[in-house]
Design a binder for this molecule. Structure first.
Ligand SMILES: Cc1cc2c(cc1C)N(C[C@H](O)[C@H](O)[C@H](O)COP(=O)(O)OP(=O)(O)OC[C@H]1O[C@@H](n3cnc4c(N)ncnc43)[C@H](O)[C@@H]1O)c1[nH]c(=O)[nH]c(=O)c1N2
Ligand SMILES: CC(C)C(=O)C(=O)O
Ligand SMILES: [Mn+2]
Length: 495
């Protein structure tokens, strides 16, 4: 018995050491030379996309060498703007031929350094591909080109009675949202990009163009072979370039009510959320804000809320359905000691509330002017959420840093938005330490290191821990099969 236990603990230690040594090995591989671009390359690129669509100007490269994250800027050698799938395919073929890195660029609103050109190369901006190819109102779907943003699509849909509910705070491109598997405040009811993407047109590294679910297919269900669509959702530009997406649409709700309420503790707010979900209430939005982020919102967005752990809620349905939903939720909130229930029916008041919620990243930065956001994003089974949030708050306090907490609490997903001055290395080190410990805790409690922002550059080590050696090996095989020269967005997702 005793010797078996010793063997078990030695083999656990050995596995841990193996993971650490793998991470070290990959880190060494990562420090590779930037590729030397041949002198004829820019002219060849201009032949494909037109001279006006290629730039080596510093200002354009700088604009494309970073996203909204804390990761420092890393410049591509040049930026090309594509106007159609054929051009994307030709650009990929050219880059592949020369082994030059190719980085797809949607709107640059990512939060994990996804567009940074860590090995230089060509940044391919897709924002000029703005066609809404089709809207099939009767089937609740539409197909859009890579540059169409979520707000543009919803403006276009306004008179059709339909909408697309996935709403990251930023006005991101829909194909960029596929690439990061984005979600937002409506995911608790409508799901994430994973559940709402039906088909993708993809350009592979060698220029091959294909549709992940078959040309023109847009069915609600399929059992036809591997799910290639979801292979590309969340692939962060490392497997190919998404040039079109076919996504689900929903009827615009007949009636909408928003609400806010406040609690004594985080636990009470999360308990209320769990009970709302357990009662089968089809809540559209249920967002948690701790007292620090409520304070930030009050100051930045001129709200006047009680500074306490709070929920922002929204209900979608018809008038009678909403009455039932709101009554039941109010009872649950009260039973958990919640107070100050404020209802908002008026669209202007509702819009102001959700605008404040969507701008919360900037509200948190305004707590320390001149700072940039270091944002984190873990997701756990909802019953483990209070444990992770409570421990995270303790760690933030122990470290003496400012860390407002905001959660898509119905999904078990939350963020800490740390305001950090770019040259404040001491705070940055503390923030990194707390963030890492928080992610490890989430992994320990059956969760993921990212619910919606992706791996990018900063979470590659955590991905290894999350899916293990075998999982990484499978991912590498897929990468090798689709991009054998490794040109697609190098330095992201993997070491
Ligand atoms: C204020 C604010 C608020 C939020 C967020 C950001 C900001 C600034 N986000 C994050 C962000 O909006 C989200 O990651 C988007 O999905 C990124 O879309 P972009 O078009 O900007 O991609 P961006 O250009 O930033 O690229 C992101 C990654 O995808 C790749 N990529 C982009 N387009 C591609 C294409 N067509 N084909 C292949 N690869 C492509 C890039 O190479 C990169 O790796 C977010 N997110 C979220 O999930 N929930 C949220 O609540 C929020 N909230
Ligand atoms: C601000 C961003 C990072 C976000 O994910 C959110 O507000 O939920
Ligand atoms: Mn979010």
């Amino acid at each position: 018995m005793h010797s078996q236990r010793i063997i078990r603990s030695y083999s656990a230690l050995f596995r841990k050491l193996q993971i650490i040594s793998n991470i070290q090995r990959h880190k060494t591989q990562q420090v590779a030379e930037k590729i030397q671009i041949p002198s004829s390359f820019a002219a060849d690129l201009a032949q494909i996309v037109g001279k006006h669509n290629v730039s080596t100007a510093n200002a354009v490269r700088e604009q494309h060498g970073h996203d909204e994250s804390y990761h420092s800027i890393e410049l591509p050698d040049m930026v090309a703007f594509a106007e159609c799938t054929e051009q994307v395919s030709e650009v990929a073929r050219l880059c592949n031929h020369h082994g030059i890195p190719l980085i797809p660029f949607g709107s640059g609103t990512g939060l994990e350094g996804g567009v940074n050109a860590v090995k230089g190369g060509v940044c391919l901006d897709l924002s000029k591909m703005t066609k809404i190819v089709s809207v099939n109102a009767g089937d609740f779907d539409c197909t859009v080109e890579a540059g169409v943003t979520r707000k543009t699509l919803n403006s276009y849909l306004r008179d059709t009675g339909l909408w697309f509910p996935i709403d990251p705070g930023a006005d991101a491109s829909l194909c960029g949202m596929c690439a990061t598997s984005a979600s937002g405040t409506n995911a608790v009811r409508y799901g994430t990009m994973r559940e709402n993407t039906m088909n993708l047109e993809v350009v592979l590294a060698d220029g091959t163009v294909f549709d992940t679910a078959g040309k023109g297919k847009r069915t609600k269900k399929t059992s036809a072979g591997y799910n290639l669509t979801n292979l590309f959702v969340g692939s962060e530009g490392t497997l190919g370039i998404i040039t079109k997406a076919t996504i689900r649409l929903y009827p615009q709700p007949e009636a909408t009510i928003s609400a806010t309420c406040h609690f004594e503790t985080v636990q009470a707010a999360v308990d209320s959320t769990v009970q709302v979900l357990q009662c089968g209430i089809p809540i559209a939005r249920i967002e948690f804000l701790d007292e620090v982020s409520v304070d930030a919102c009050n100051k930045f967005s001129k709200l006047n809320m009680k500074v306490a752990p709070s929920l922002f809620l929204e209900f979608h349905g018809n008038a009678s359905g909403l009455e039932d939903q709101t009554k039941l939720v109010a009872e649950i909130v009260q039973a958990n000691g919640g107070s100050n229930f404020v209802w908002a029916k008026d669209p202007e008041v509702r819009n102001h509330l959700w605008k404040a919620r969507h701008e919360i990243l900037y509200a948190c930065m305004a707590l320390k002017p001149g700072t940039k956001p270091y944002s984190t994003d873990v997701c756990v089974p909802i019953s483990n959420l209070p444990k992770v949030i409570t421990r995270t708050k303790e760690m933030i306090q122990e470290a003496g840093i400012i860390g407002p907490i905001v959660g898509h609490v119905g999904d078990g997903n939350f963020h800490v938005f740390y305001p950090v001055h770019p040259d404040d290395q001491e705070t940055l080190a503390k923030v990194k330490d707390v963030s890492h410990k928080m992610a490890l805790l989430a992994l320990e409690l059956d969760g993921t290191c990212t619910g919606e922002h992706g791996i990018g550059q900063g979470k590659r080590e955590l991905l290894e821990r999350e899916i293990g050696e075998s999982g990484i090996k499978v991912m590498r095989h897929l990468k090798m099969a689709l991009d054998p020269r490794g040109i697609m967005n190098p330095g992201k997702v993997f070491f």
